[in-house]
Design a protein around this ligand. Structure first.
Ligand code: 5AD
Ligand code: SF4
Length: 476
């Protein structure tokens, strides 16, 4: 497998740079309205932020379009997590330059982590860019756009300790109408030594739980059947009621969302091994509609490397968290993020990562080569001393092993029947539906009369690959 290939780049590779838009606004035709086009890169949090941006923009009469040629405002919601993510944006700007050459009035904006990291220098380096807006400054977009319309540049990269966009109802862009993401917190206080996120997204803050529940209820009323609660580290969610001082933990929040309706599935991401509590696991075990799937990034299997990464747990601690999952939520699948070639990583450290993948029996993993990010603890403290070739070879071994494990994991599901939430047509055929089981495995099966997206179906699994389960609907 190509070590820089499809599995290695980002959280959802198929969605990188996806133009986001909503058909709800297509029919609005008026001289006064303007159109924005937005592409999102990076993690799910960015895709979710684009929906907040869309809500702010429609409020000031900018409506979404999927046609870049038709847009008055082109926005790229960017990611800085690895160097390659930023290179992709630089390349994309080159093609967007051609649009600007044809239509010089078009405004170009960079949002998200790259805006936050590069600040003014982005305006200096990329002459076509008019707007640079960091993740906590989206409310300021209308004012910044006005400035650009008046011939200035607009920049706001202020990071906030309070902003959670709690009161903004996101506009669901490119939605399947069945599954949605809800941002429950922003920022990160963890300071993993390799990671730029604490610098680009600022301090951790949790959103008012009542606004989260209201958003989830509203989605359910509109026909959605699954919400994923999003945060860099959901287990450290905490909120105190300003009047009663009542405390809400992540386990409390999870329970409140699960109680909305048994037909509304609840997922969450990402869990940090140091913070994931048994209380969360017991809550998962109590509610059938909280899905049995945990994304629990290990990053490395070596305690020495974990310490240098400042992950604040070691191999034994991590294994104990997995044992807790296995005993409290027995049919829970676990997935991971893994970095190859972190500073000073030896072949022994690498072997420990491989043995952890085997032991943990991950259903899948997101796997990356270490990419030094300017300003991070690792960049300041350690030399990026593992040659690219070795990083690549190790990554290939990690990917090959994970693929074999995913394949075996899925093969064990043959002969089982799962409750699957139908999300829509499968990628390959209009005659097939796709959906996921509680364990977050993609299931593809033949369509049957009476079933539509948003319905639950019991699907008997007949065959599998490393990425998908295949089967047919069984009626009880
Ligand atoms: N290099 C490579 N991978 C990284 N990640 C975060 N920072 C880096 C980096 N500098 C990975 C981690 C994290 C995931 C979202 O991205 O595995 O969990
Ligand atoms: Fe980055 Fe670590 Fe925070 Fe995740 S938990 S965003 S890897 S600093």
């Amino acid at each position: 497998m190509n070590p820089t290939g499809t599995l290695t780049k980002t959280i959802d590779e198929t969605r990188q740079g996806e133009p986001f838009y909503s058909t709800d606004y297509e029919s609005i035709v008026s001289e006064d309205i303007k159109r924005f086009y937005i592409e999102s890169y990076g993690c799910q949090m960015n895709f979710s932020d684009s929906e907040i941006v869309a809500a702010i923009l429609t409020d000031c009469s900018y409506f979404p379009t999927k046609d870049i040629e038709n847009a008055n405002l082109i926005l790229l919601n960017t990611c800085s997590i690895r160097e390659k993510a930023e290179d992709t944006i630089r390349q994309r700007l080159k093609t967007i330059n051609k649009v600007k050459a044809r239509r010089p009035d078009t405004m170009i904006g960079i949002l998200g982590c790259m805006a936050e990291r590069l600040k003014q220098s982005l305006l200096d380096e990329e002459k076509l860019v008019d707007l640079v807006v960091g993740p906590d400054a989206y409310r300021d977009l209308p004012r910044l756009i006005n400035r650009v319309e008046d011939g200035d540049k607009g920049i706001n990269v202020h990071l906030s300790r309070e902003e959670t966009y709690a009161d903004i109802s996101p506009i669901r862009l490119e939605s399947n109408g069945v599954t949605a993401f809800i941002s429950i917190m922003r920022g990160c206080d963890n300071m993993c030594s390799f990671c730029v996120v604490p610098f680009t997204r600022g301090r951790e803050r949790s959103r008012d739980p009542f606004t989260i529940i209201a958003e989830a209820k509203h989605l359910f009323e509109k026909g959605y059947k699954e919400v994923t609660l999003l945060g860099q580290n959901v287990d450290s969610y905490k909120w105190n009621h300003p009047d009663t001082n009542e405390h809400y933990s992540f386990a409390n929040l999870l329970e409140l969302v699960a109680l909305i309706h048994p037909d509304l599935r609840v997922r969450f991401s990402t869990s940090h091994p140091k913070d994931m509590t048994d209380e969360v696991l017991h809550t998962m075990a109590r509610y059938e509609n909280i899905c049995n799937y945990i994304h629990l990034p290990v990053q490395s299997g070596s305690s020495r490397i974990l310490s240098m990464m400042n992950r604040t747990y070691d191999r034994e601690w991590y294994k104990n968290r997995i044992l807790a999952i296995r005993s409290i939520v027995p049919d829970c699948t676990i997935s991971s993020d893994i970095i190859s070639g972190f500073c000073t990583e030896t072949d022994e450290d690498h072997q420990e990562t491989l043995s952890m993948i085997r032991w943990a029996d991950y259903s899948m993993s997101y796997m990356f080569m270490y990419s030094e990010r300017p300003g991070t603890l690792a960049a300041r403290k350690y030399e990026d001393d593992i040659p690219e070739e070795i990083k690549k070879t190790r990554l290939s071994e990690i990917i090959a092993l994970q693929n074999a494990i995913s394949k075996a994991h899925n093969a064990k599901d043959i002969g089982k029947t799962f409750k699957v939430l139908i999300e829509g047509d499968s990628r390959k055929s209009e005659n097939e539906f796709k959906g996921r089981n509680s364990q977050n495995k993609m299931v593809v099966f033949s369509k049957e009369a009476d079933f539509k997206p948003g319905d639950y179906a019991d699907v008997y699994i007949e065959s599998s690959t490393s990425a998908t389960l295949k089967g047919h609907i069984v009626t009880s």
